[in-house]
Structure formats: C-alpha cells, structure tokens
Design a protein. Structure first.
Length: 203
C-alpha cells in the first residue's frame, strides 16, 4: 500500500480516535525488545539494557506507566492457519497494548504470513483491538481464515481453529467468519522503522 498524504492523515485521525499510544509518546528511558522466548516470539517494553519493565517499579513499589508484552507463536501446531503466527499471551498497561500489537503484527508479517488472534480465548479489550484493525485501520490488511471443517474453502492450508471466533459470534449474533477473530492480519513495518534506536532486535 502506497502511503499517500491522504492515507497518512486518515491514519493519524484513526490513531487519535483510538487513543492508542504512539512511538513518539514512549518515555525517553523506555525501549521495545523483540526476541525469541522459548517457542514464542515476545515483543515487550524494556529498559535500555533490554530488561523487562514490570507493572510495579521494584525500586519505588509504584505502578509503572509503561509495561507489558505480547507473545505469539510463529506457527499453530494444531492447524496450518495459512502459515500465520498466532497470539499466545498478552499483558500490557492500559493504552499501550495497540502499539505492541502493531509491532507484533509487523514482525509476524515479516517472518510468517501475518498475525492471527488467540484461537481459544480473547479478552474484551483484545477483541476491541482486533475489531479496530478490521474496520478502521487503513494500514492493516485482513485475510479470511477457514475453520477446521473446510466450511469456506476446500483448501486445507487456510484451516484454523475458530473457537474464539465462534464464541464472539454467539455474543454478537454474527457468523463466526464475520468476527474479527476469524482472520489473519498483515501490516507494513512502519512502526518498527519509527522506533529507530529504541528497538532492541534479537531475532
């Protein structure tokens, strides 16, 4: 996607509307580290040495304004999921989750075939992020995944567990494939580039 001036303005408006934190809002002493964590890839906030920032500052026992991590599996062992990576675990300070999700999606696009939500359980906050990606982010592309029964296509390669999508569909009276959890998402590495020296890359 060519980033024209009109698209850039649209993205800025979307970010403002969403209220998500941006790279420019990162405190001077906060970095983003991307690394292998056992069988997962972790994208997390860290200090300049790459040490994880915790919810509570151990020196002051006060709550830290910026902390958290997004973890994802590069492949789902149960289903091919069109070769996309899949969210495994997320825990992030309020307002900072979408920034880490953006970076995780960009990493997953570079290394896999995009990023898909957790296939089993998705919190209300995380659902809102995926819904925003699907409906309001011009810089994010969505790609439909099939279920375990080849309901949408005869191709086995796009089959993916759809439990979280089915659960979300029941709550909203949608078909599972109409929910944002039924898809994989791709994104150009604009956020990674914007991080510059604030990125600690260990992949």
């Amino acid at each position: 996607m060519k980033l024209t001036e009109s698209i850039l303005k649209q993205l800025i408006n979307e970010v403002l509307e969403e209220g998500m934190k941006t790279v420019s809002e990162l405190p001077e002493d906060v970095y983003v580290k991307v690394f292998h964590n056992r069988r997962r890839i972790t994208v997390m906030f860290s200090d300049r040495n790459g040490d994880r920032l915790r919810e509570f500052d151990p020196k002051t026992s006060k709550e830290s304004p910026v902390w958290g991590a997004v973890n994802f599996l590069e492949k789902d062992k149960r289903r091919p999921c069109d070769q996309s990576a899949v969210i495994a675990f997320t825990d992030v300070a309020d307002g900072w989750g979408p920034l880490l999700y953006d970076i995780a999606m960009e990493v997953a696009t570079m290394r896999s075939n995009g990023l898909a939500p957790d296939r089993f359980i998705v919190s209300d906050d995380a659902y809102s992020v995926w819904d925003y990606y699907l409906n309001k982010r011009a810089d994010v592309q969505s790609h439909q995944l099939d279920d375990e029964r080849n309901t949408l296509t005869p191709d086995e390669g796009d089959n993916c567990g759809q439990q979280s999508a089915r659960d979300a569909g029941k709550d909203s009276y949608q078909k599972w494939n109409e929910t944002p959890l039924s898809k994989r998402y791709t994104k150009e590495p604009t956020t990674i580039k914007a991080l510059g020296k604030k990125l600690i890359w260990e992949l």
